[in-house]
Design a protein around this ligand. Structure first.
Ligand code: MBD
Ligand code: FE
Length: 289
């Protein structure tokens, strides 16, 4: 048994958040039906290309048996730690997102990451995100509007999830109330919303698991800039998944997950009461039928 197999009660571990993220994925995305329906030619094409690029790297750099076995051990451990969702979302999802949304004219999106949970508590269009008494972190008020690309206001739903001021997400770290800093805002036909929350902390992906091992072995860092996650939807429009960032964050230019875009920057201003306010609107692409 390895160290990361042992969950210490009450303490956030890579294996703990990995197990939760893996279970979440199995529950929500039920991937196997679509895999079974994929044409053989497509599987053959993609699998051959990926394998050929790995073979080319082995030849080009004279990869040794020792290195091959280190890779084998590491891949086995990623599974044992439950860190495949983290690995894939940090190093590959941004390209999938780019390809999936490049036809859009509305707001830019970004990756979902491993910590989205559907079914968050429903809130009014003007509401405070569920949080603990005395939740730490700078107060933040966010006002915005939801529109279609033709400029019409849209009624819809804005789901928001974020890390707390320690950088932890509810349901993926122990000791946090189930829906803390997660909510689903119901937006009326005027398209307007006003959300009260706290400033999230910059986020370090777990360093004590396999992904952390790769990061330190390669001399990288584990940081993501502080971010708010959103999923915005309206009838007959494409769902927008995005992340929003704060100016001046030290990791805007070297996000480990490559998920920052200039269109996703917030514009905080300090209010008379000392709280921060941001204004950020969304424009959704209509689904034409
Ligand atoms: C996160 O909070 C996140 O947003 C991503 C993309 C990956 C790991 C942790
Ligand atoms: Fe995140």
């Amino acid at each position: 048994m390895t160290r990361s197999d042992v969950a210490i009660p009450g303490q956030a571990t890579a294996a703990g958040s990995g197990a939760s993220a893996t279970e979440r994925f199995r529950t929500d995305k039920s991937p196997f039906t679509t895999v079974q329906n994929t044409a053989k030619q497509r599987v053959n094409l993609l699998a051959c290309e990926v394998l050929d690029s790995v073979r080319a790297t082995i030849r080009k750099h004279d990869v040794s048996y020792a290195e091959y076995n280190v890779l084998k051990a590491w891949l086995i451990q990623v599974g044992q730690d439950g860190e495949w969702p983290l690995f894939l979302d940090v190093w590959l999802e941004h390209v999938v997102e780019e390809v999936a949304t490049r036809h859009r004219h509305g707001s830019k999106g970004s990756i979902e990451g491993p910590y989205y949970v559907p079914g968050a508590p429903e809130l009014a269009a003007r509401a405070t995100l569920p949080m603990r008494d005395g939740e730490r972190g700078e107060p933040l008020v966010w006002e915005g509007a939801l529109r279609s690309t033709d400029g019409r206001p849209l009624a819809g739903k804005l789901e928001l999830w974020q890390a707390d001021s320690d950088g932890y997400y509810s349901q993926f770290a122990p000791g946090i109330p189930e829906w803390n800093l997660r909510g689903s805002f119901s937006i009326g036909s005027d398209g307007e919303f006003a959300i009260t929350t706290i400033h999230p902390a910059p986020y370090q992906i777990p360093t004590d698991g396999s992904c952390g091992k790769l990061i330190s072995a390669a001399g990288w860092h584990a940081w993501r800039p502080a971010h708010l996650h959103v999923k915005v939807s309206a009838p007959r429009h494409e769902v927008l998944t995005a992340q929003l960032y704060f100016p001046g964050d030290p990791h805007l230019n070297d996000d480990i997950a490559s998920a920052v875009k200039p269109e996703l920057m917030l514009n905080p201003t300090v209010q008379p009461d000392g709280s921060q306010k941001v204004v950020y609107d969304f424009t959704l692409d209509a689904i034409d039928d």
